[in-house]
Design a protein around this ligand. Structure first.
Ligand code: PTT
Ligand code: SF4
Length: 610
């Protein structure tokens, strides 16, 4: 089998044991890799109702058939587990040297369960697995941890670590690498912390086998050159995702003041052009020739790598208008290992709650010093941070009243940086994202602005599904970065060509789409199994703020979503996916996708529609 090693590494931290295990080739054929493998493992192996922060939860590091090879932007990895912030399926995608080394090491997934007796660093080096004492690292930031480990193990190994937030089980703690890459929004860092696992180091010097090596080399050489010819290439290299700030402002979709508004008076002060003036370096993931990590010096004189989401959530969404200060908060998020999106969202929610007199602390919009203190309190679960560390849904439930209406999350995961008062398709994308609100599966907003934002038509439902297939199904399972395609227009046909050269298998996009649907439907089955009788259509509906409170500023003043029309779109979405009116997969679709055994198991938790 080329393209897949056919092997998993199983690690049990309670017993300090690791073993290599072969898996059935049908798994690769039906689930491809990355997210596909992760959900299949979680569905098959996790007992329903497993507490996300218990030793029984499984933390999965998974790659796919294209990961880590010399082809554009292939240095990516999926990290998945049952999520502590949503109680459903959770994953994230991180750009990391660990992905390249995992490929070389010949593990398609590393599956970690149990809980180490004391803080541990897992070392996977040329086929040998060691459990190192991690006590000296516990309490350090992710940056400090990685730096110290690199002093011993070298600059080129793959290192993934958690900061203090993961140690203290903050529900939106993530996993960090390379001083500014982070992944696992739905609390994958907390799952790692709950296992007393401070860091993973992986290194191998082996070379992955490729079906048609010469053909592959020619193809990848051409591919790298092709990226350089794309019209948007030079602007992308200048600004990366930061160009989105000005675009969102222009289209009134830039979250401001806890998503109360879609424009921010000082957008230019935190935008892509401002970043260009301050830029001192550029970084990126391995194997990428369109690197997009823009580094500036923050107002405390330290380096901070900026991305659109982070800047907006820690800028306009909390009323902060100084990019160098925003960069400080962004760096703190990375150091502590806190997801910057959920962090900015939770801070915005707390500020609004403070203004409404619902919490006793006085927090002003944009109060940089207080916010800094609060971020530290969240990471250490101290003071007000103890409550904020559980995210907006938990806090809203605690506050009661109408708080849930302006707690900006779906299924408990905080919404990323696109306001949807006037973007129904994007709202549907958030509503139906398989991990809770996140843009990664269906970033349809740019397309939606072109086709007409007011409509709730069938074309929008189709686009959400099309993007979920390509982005959430295929890219998350190949596993490579999707940005060459979505940002530069690097054509999708390249990926079937890569797959052929690497695996020797001709897999068409139609076949990939079926795999994507299988993955999506299994993820949905996982959610339904976890929630059982508590599962409801409401879980696929974004917060009431977008439906009830029109924008008060900007060219779209007065705009809001229409709940009735949203519900119609949602039902249409379910029908197209082969799910029933509750959003639960029907027996017919489960059988069509080869998930008959899933139907049998799911029936124990909810009655399935034929
Ligand atoms: C991703 C989410 C994003 S999506 C951003 S910025 W973006 C935030 N980044 C954070 C960060 O940084 N530090 C931090 N402490 N928290 C952060 N939270 C947010 O996490 C990222 C890039 C980006 S930048 C995007 S869109 C693309 N995402 C991809 C994806 O999801 N899949 C894929 N196949 N390719 C992708 N390419 C792009 O990768 P999550 P990274 Mg990230 C610092 O992890 O959980 O998926 O959430 O991984 O290496 O930083 O690359 O405008
Ligand atoms: Fe990483 Fe950016 Fe390159 Fe994608 S485009 S691989 S996120 S550096």
């Amino acid at each position: 089998m080329h393209g897949w090693s056919g092997k998993f590494l199983r690690v049990n931290l309670s017993k300090n044991k690791a073993k290599t295990e072969k898996y059935d080739a049908a798994l690769a054929k039906n689930f491809l890799g990355g997210r596909g493998f992760a959900i299949k493992i979680l569905w098959d192996e996790l007992n329903p109702g497993t507490a996300p922060l218990s030793p029984e939860n499984k933390l999965i590091f998974a790659i796919g058939p294209l990961t880590g090879l010399t082809l554009p932007s292939s240095g990516k990895m999926v990290i998945a587990a049952k999520s502590p912030i949503t109680g459903g399926y959770g994953d994230g995608n991180i750009g990391t040297y660990a992905a390249v080394h995992m490929r070389k090491a010949g593990y398609d997934a590393v599956i970690v369960d149990g809980k180490a007796e004391k803080p541990t660093v897992l070392l996977i080096q040329d086929g040998k697995v060691s459990f190192l004492n991690g006590e000296d690292f516990w309490g350090l930031s992710s940056f400090e941890t990685e730096e110290k480990l690199r002093e011993v193990y070298g600059k080129t190994v793959g290192v993934l670590s958690i900061g203090q937030a993961g140690e203290n089980l903050v529900k939106f703690a993530n996993i960090v690498c390379q001083g500014g890459r982070a992944g696992g929004r739905p609390g994958m860092g907390a799952v790692m912390g709950s296992k007393n696992l401070k860091a993973v180091i992986i290194s191998s010097s082996a070379e992955p086998e490729i079906a048609y090596l010469e053909e592959f080399k020619k193809l990848s050489g051409k591919a790298y050159k092709e990226i350089l010819t794309k019209p948007n290439y030079s602007f992308w290299k200048r600004q990366g995702t930061m160009m989105t700030v000005e675009w969102c402002q222009k289209n009134s979709v830039l979250p401001a003041y806890n998503y109360r508004e879609g424009v921010f008076d000082d957008a230019d002060a935190i935008g892509g052009f401002m970043m260009e003036k301050l830029k001192i370096a550029q970084r990126g993931c391995p194997n990428c020739n369109m690197t997009c990590g823009n580094v500036i010096e923050d107002s405390e004189g330290k380096e901070s790598e900026l991305d659109y989401e982070n800047v907006v959530m820690l800028g306009s969404n909390i009323g902060l208008n100084d990019l160098r200060k925003v960069a400080v908060l962004n760096r703190l998020a990375d150091e502590f290992g806190l997801d910057a999106i959920s962090l900015g969202n939770t801070l915005g929610f707390a500020m609004e709650a403070s203004q409404k007199g619902l919490i006793k602390e006085k927090i002003e919009w944009g109060d940089f010093d207080f916010i800094k203190t609060l971020i530290k309190e969240i990471a250490y679960r101290k003071g007000l941070g103890e409550t904020l560390a559980d995210g907006t849904l938990f806090l809203a439930e605690k506050l009661g009243g109408t708080a849930k209406e302006w707690a900006m999350n779906v299924k408990g995961l905080e919404i990323s940086a696109y306001d949807c008062h006037s973007a129904p398709a994007m709202a549907l994308a958030y509503g139906t994202s398989p991990i809770g609100a996140h843009h990664k599966d269906a970033w349809v907003i740019s397309w939606e602005m072109q086709v007409g934002r007011e409509s709730y038509g069938e074309n929008k439902v189709d686009k959400v599904i099309e993007f979920q297939r390509i982005r959430g199904g295929v890219f998350e399972s190949l596993v490579t970065c999707r940005l060459p395609w979505i940002e530069l227009g690097f054509e999708l046909d390249w990926y079937t060509k890569f797959l052929y050269a690497v695996t020797g298998l001709k897999i068409s996009w139609d076949e990939l789409n079926v795999i994507a649907d299988r993955i999506y439907t299994l993820i949905r089955a996982f959610w339904v199994r976890e929630y059982g009788g508590n599962w409801s259509v409401e879980m696929d509906v974004p917060p009431a703020r977008w439906f009830k409170e029109p924008l008060t500023k900007g060219p779209l003043k007065g705009a809001k979503l229409n709940r009735e029309k949203y519900d119609e779109m949602l039902q249409m979405y379910y029908r197209k996916r082969g799910w029933d009116s509750r959003g639960i997969p029907t027996k017919t679709i489960l059988m069509k996708l080869g998930l008959t055994d899933v139907a049998e198991k799911l029936e124990k938790y909810v009655k399935l529609t034929a």
